[in-house]
Design a protein around this ligand. Structure first.
Ligand code: FES
Length: 276
């Protein structure tokens, strides 16, 4: 009786870095450029310390929310004065320029995105070449995965998600305040629509998170005894399919929202009013 030999477990010895013939470099290079540009813009704006609030229409950029510096009070733009601080101001004016006004939210938002499954894939490929693409050999000698320090910290993502939910609530509150008219009552401007659109997209990104899907529908033996959680799990699963898209779109919507508020707050442009 003949014996069948088990296949050798070593990797195929292929000299080429990859046998792929398509333009596999496009994704990591594009991602690298977009992420680098975004981080530079966000860092500059977070430390800028001005053009963050439009008192007349209550527009506050998401990069400064919640606004915690003393400067967030009595902001004057275009002859109108108002307070951007809705949650207190425990940062003294002297910290301007080296501590972001949104010192409580920005670190958590950064950690939330940094540990996001989508962003991990994106920056592992584009910044660490680990690997650059499927079926492309990586330059690193060994791979220890996310089970050891420092990458084991990626598992904290579910806790950063909770912080992101709280911050999204604050952003929602900011967007509601932006329905403010010239005479002090109800009003809508282009800034209102931009801030609302940004908040909707932020919620889609936050609620489509893989951790959220697990928090909502995980650890259950069967769904039939938990119809509400099953329904929520189904909804989260649906938007979860586009999580990567929301991750990218919200990078753009945050910049658009911040830039628009900065342009109006610096009196470079006037807000386009739709109602009052
Ligand atoms: Fe992307 Fe949680 S997996 S935010």
């Amino acid at each position: 009786m003949s014996t069948v030999e088990a296949p050798a477990r070593s990797r195929a010895q292929i000299k080429e870095r990859t046998l792929r013939k398509d333009n596999w470099r496009l994704y990591p290079i594009t991602t690298f450029v977009i992420f680098t540009a975004w981080v530079v813009y966000a860092t500059v704006r977070a430390f800028w310390g001005s053009a963050f609030y439009v008192p007349e229409f209550h527009y506050l950029t998401p990069f400064y929310s919640p606004c915690l510096n003393e400067i967030c009070n009595d902001v004057t733009v275009n002859g109108h004065t108002g307070d951007a601080a809705e949650f207190g101001t425990f940062l003294p004016e002297s910290t301007r320029g080296w501590i972001p006004f949104a010192a409580l939210s920005l670190p958590f938002l950064l950690l939330f995105r940094l540990t996001c499954y989508y962003y991990r894939k994106a920056y592992y490929r584009s910044f660490w070449a680990s690997p650059s693409a499927c079926a492309v050999r990586e330059p690193h000698g060994k791979y220890t995965g996310e089970r050891r320090f420092p990458l084991i910290a990626q598992n904290l993502h579910r806790y950063f998600w909770l912080a992101a939910v709280l911050i999204s609530l604050v952003n929602t509150y900011d967007a509601i305040l932006a329905f403010h008219g010239k005479d002090g009552g109800f009003g809508i401007g282009l800034g209102t629509l931009i801030l609302v659109a940004n908040v909707v997209l932020l919620w889609l990104y936050t609620l489509s998170c893989h951790s959220c899907r697990h928090i909502v529908g995980g650890r259950l033996k069967n769904f039939s005894k938990h119809p509400l959680r099953y329904r929520m799990w189904g909804w989260v699963s649906k938007i979860n399919e586009r999580h990567g898209t929301y991750a990218l779109i919200t990078l753009g919507s945050l910049v658009v929202a911040d830039l628009y508020v900065a342009l109006v707050a610096s009196e470079t442009i006037s807000d386009l009013r739709i109602f009052n």
